[in-house]
Design a protein around this ligand. Structure first.
Ligand code: MRU
Length: 337
């Protein structure tokens, strides 16, 4: 299966030899601005502030943060590893990338060897995404409509994307005829980032409000809900952007299927079930205002969990670069390990 070249034009995490250049995702879609990080503390801050976001991308950025630390000596390295690890709690790709860098350090890698390791993490992610795109698109029927959530594209990865990679491959092959993207309140990853990627790559797509999803699925226009993941537990329970769980419930009710697309670095076999996954709570202020403008009465309180867990029983297929797990509730993930 080939993917139209115009369907893969964006890179958000760029190593520049002495600094990490990040496409600032807080400012998209109207401002394409880059932030340069020269210290591990700046990388950790960029991850916390969502300059760079999406599970694979934050793992890759953290690996480059380790390279920046290694150039400053062993004290800086010892300080950087826990700081980067604590930047965000839910996406296990962050911990996976840091564990991999730590193994290289333990094996005696110098700054140059660590640079190669970080580059390998980034290159392997891109290759995994292309492979998953093919595997996922092959599961779709012909002429299907799909709904995706959050942003799982080039911005969230080394390139091409996970769920959005399947969308790219499915559109290129003609299997997908309609793409819907949920806006993804409160940070609007779907509206601001996914729509930007799709419009830029010439892929026709329709934005919906998050609360229009059940109405859309009742219309029969969606055969597959295709999402990414921040952590997949050993039993297949999947943490992903808040709202994914309700999409999976609605999909089951209306006979649509749910596909989770994630590289093996998102699979956490040490975590038995979704109940064991830490869900990030972010500042309630993200809900109390919009575009810097307060929208809720002073004195109001808000609760802002930014991920939820979809039980494996509501997932039809988990696509990784190692292969596809169908009905993960019955088999779990271990046999691909
Ligand atoms: O808070 P974010 O924007 O980092 O959340 C991103 C998601 O939930 C994505 O769906 C997930 O990381 C997969 S990205 C390939």
């Amino acid at each position: 299966m080939t993917t139209t070249p115009s369907h893969d034009s964006i890179r958000a995490v760029l190593w520049r030899g002495d600094r990490l250049r990040l496409l600032d995702q807080r400012r998209l879609p109207f401002v394409e601005d880059y932030l340069d990080c020269t210290t591990p503390a700046e990388v950790a801050q960029a991850i916390r502030d969502l300059v760079v976001r999406g599970a694979p991308a934050i793992g890759i950025a953290a690996a480059w943060g380790v390279v920046l630390a290694a150039r400053r000596g062993s004290d800086a390295l010892a300080e950087a590893l826990p700081m980067l690890r604590a930047a965000r709690p839910t996406a296990v790709n962050l911990m996976w990338a840091l564990d991999r860098m730590q193994r290289a350090i333990a094996a005696g890698a110098d700054a140059l060897a660590l640079e190669s390791e970080a580059q390998a993490i980034q290159d392997e992610d891109l290759a995994a995404n292309r492979h998953m795109g093919e595997l996922g698109a092959a599961l779709l029927g012909d002429g299907v409509g799909v709904l995706t959530h959050c942003n799982t594209g080039s911005l969230a990865t080394a390139g091409f994307g996970t769920a959005l990679g399947v969308v790219r491959a499915g559109v290129s092959s003609g299997r997908i005829t309609q793409v819907f993207a949920g806006e993804t309140r409160p940070w609007l990853q779907g509206a601001r980032l996914t729509m930007w990627e799709l419009v830029r790559d010439g892929i026709p797509a329709t934005l919906i409000s998050d609360s229009a999803a059940a109405h859309l699925m009742a219309s029969g226009k969606v055969q597959w809900v295709i999402v990414g993941a921040d952590r997949i537990a050993a039993n297949g329970d999947t943490a992903n952007k808040i709202g994914t769980y309700q999409l999976a419930i609605v999909a089951r009710h209306h006979g649509a299927k749910v596909m989770v697309v994630a590289p093996w670095s998102t699979v956490d076999l040490e975590t038995p079930t979704g109940a064991d996954i830490e869900i990030e709570l972010r500042d309630p202020a993200e809900l109390l205002s919009h575009a810097g403008q307060r929208t809720v009465v002073d004195g109001a309180v808000a609760w802002n969990p930014v991920f939820d867990v979809t039980p494996a029983s509501l997932i039809d297929a988990i696509v990784t670069e190692r292969g596809v797990v169908s009905s993960p509730a019955t088999s779990g993930m271990r046999h691909l390990a």
